[in-house]
Ligand binder design. Structure first.
Ligand code: GLC
Length: 540
């Protein structure tokens, strides 16, 4: 118990990702904004989450929905400006909600003053040294400096005109050409970001979500990617090995940790590091680095007991080695929603319900993505309405991420379901969602929303009582089961998840919560239950 008192808040917090542009629109322009979030804080507090992560709200030309920042120290007027941010933060804190913001350090927008200056400056200048400008290869420098591909399709290099108007140097962009990569080997970049972190910490934010954390440092020689001749439709930037997870990236986060620790109140940062190896990922959360990193291994695991168990064990073991907290995440604004990943329709819903009880029973911290509490499936956005640059950059071969980013349905029978007063929302809301609005689900005891509320409430009780490590309760029989216990005494909780095709017997005890109907004393397929085991010492 005493240990809990001093444990920092984020160790077992439940975070809720607010995808700003699609959460709530307060002024009828069809785009979500900060006053919109502020008006829904009560909903989030009642849901039972501990903290918000708000996606980028900075001034941006919106090439990549705001992950292309033109000014890191301001809030775009579309979202309400800095005053709206301060008001939101104050209200959230009053309701006991922490607020973390998205920081995008890998690249700026091409409209950022630094890049504008770099374009008009000479090769070798201080201005160009903030980015990764290089001469091209081959006759006339006509070939890009290496064969790296952009994550969003096409080459990772774009050529700019020289002062005399002739073709000049190339610059690196791991994402769109409108997102030039910063040169993190240049100390000026580190100094600038320390100052940006302080700007938001001084305003009172509780932490940061770090975009593309594993990409900041590239191999200094920018060598060719092995096995790739020309980046084409078959290749993408994720296979560009020399761009990701380089050893020196950890120095950046050691410095950031010092900045965070110099503020009171356990300020934290979570890294978006697509490092699909539990030990390498754990390196980002060593005691003097980031507090958390997203566990995309869990998100990527198929709905199968053996895979899930392997990922859970590997994740817990790797973070335990460095003394960090493990995180769990099923969905975010970059991936297909998990209801759909798990099979869509009734099966997808059932599994998503069971997955929630699994995720919330695991030791550590969980990240929810807006709309998953309503059981929203992936939407197929009509081609003409698509916004994600991936669609155009891949020559219409990849549909992009718009389908998990459509506006949240709040109420009513027709699009945009209370999200905005205009039907002309930035991404269209689909027809047929009248039954999965917040209002509709609030009225149904068996809704996904009701399950989220109940599960988050119960979790708070037992986490508040100490949580505890996970103990697998291996029993002979079906291997399609995940069965573990946490806690002790009166707060002991057992979580059983049936990922198989046949019902299995439930352990003896009181069922605290089940993800779906039980079959007597049996747990049906795709169902999970939290059980309070019968205390052998209990009398009567
Ligand atoms: C991260 C963001 C994603 C964005 C990319 C480039 O992966 O989550 O939405 O497109 O970085 O900034």
């Amino acid at each position: 118990m005493t240990e809990r008192v001093s444990a920092p808040w984020w160790r077992d917090a439940v975070f809720y990702e607010v995808y700003l542009r699609s959460f709530a629109d307060s002024d009828g322009d069809g785009v979500g904004d900060l006053p919109g979030i502020r008006s829904r804080l009560r909903y989030l507090a009642d849901l039972g989450v501990d903290a918000l992560w708000i996606t980028p709200f900075y001034p941006s030309p919106l090439t990549d929905a705001g992950y292309d920042v033109a000014d890191y120290r301001d809030v775009d007027p579309t979202y309400g400006g800095l005053a709206a941010f301060d008001a939101l933060l104050a209200d959230a804190h009053r309701l006991g909600l922490r607020v973390t913001v998205d920081i995008v350090p890998n690249h700026t927008s091409y409209r950022h003053p630094w890049f504008v200056d770099a374009l008009s400056a000479a090769p070798g200048s201080r201005e160009r040294a903030r980015y990764l400008f290089r001469d091209g290869h081959g006759p006339g420098g006509d070939e890009p400096p290496n064969n790296w591909a952009s994550v969003f399709g096409g080459p990772a290099w774009t050529r700019v005109p020289a002062a005399d108007g002739r073709p000049g140097q190339w610059y690196l962009h791991l994402f769109t050409p409108e997102q030039p990569d910063l040169n993190w080997r240049n100390p000026e970049v580190g100094d600038e970001f320390e100052s940006i972190l302080r700007f938001w910490l001084d305003r009172g934010v509780d932490g940061f979500r770090i975009d593309v954390a594993h990409g900041l440092i590239k191999d200094a020689m920018l060598p060719d990617n092995p096995g790739v001749r020309h980046p084409g439709p078959d290749h993408d930037g994720t296979e560009t090995v020399h761009a990701w997870d380089q050893p020196e990236v950890h120095e950046v986060f050691r410095r950031w940790r010092q900045v965070l620790d110099s503020y009171p109140g356990d300020r934290m940062a979570v890294g978006e590091a697509w490092v699909m190896n539990a030990e390498r990922l754990a390196a980002y959360v060593r005691p003097d680095e980031l507090q958390q990193a997203f566990n995309f291994l869990f998100l990527g695991a198929p709905w199968a007991a053996a895979d899930m168990r392997q990922v859970i064990d590997a994740s817990l073991a790797a973070t335990a080695l460095v003394g960090a907290t493990t995180t769990w995440v099923l969905s975010n604004h970059d991936v297909v929603r998990h209801v759909t990943r798990y099979g869509d329709g009734a099966a997808g819903q059932r599994r998503a319900r069971a997955a929630l009880l699994l995720m919330l029973a695991l030791p550590g911290s969980a990240y929810l993505y807006q709309g998953e509490e309503l059981g929203l499936p992936q939407v197929e956005v009509a081609p003409a309405a698509r916004q994600d640059p991936v669609w155009e950059r891949t020559g219409h071969t990849e549909i992009g991420r718009d389908g998990c980013r459509v506006p949240v349905p709040w109420s009513g029978d027709a699009p945009p379901y209370g999200f905005s007063t205009t039907a002309q929302t930035w991404l269209p809301a689909p027809a047929g969602w009248a039954d999965c609005t917040v209002a509709a689900e609030s009225a149904r005891g068996d809704s996904m929303l009701a399950l989220y509320r109940a599960a988050l409430r119960l979790r708070r009780e037992w986490v508040g009582a100490g949580g505890g490590a996970l103990r697998w309760m291996d029993r002979t029989g079906p291997s399609d089961l995940l069965d573990f216990e946490r806690g002790g005494g009166a707060t002991r909780v057992r979580c059983v998840v049936n990922l198989g095709a046949v019902a299995v017997s439930l352990p003896v005890g009181d069922v605290l919560l089940a993800s779906g109907p039980l079959a007597g004393d049996r747990l049906p397929p795709d169902t999970a239950a939290w059980i309070r085991p019968v205390d052998p010492n209990r009398t009567a």
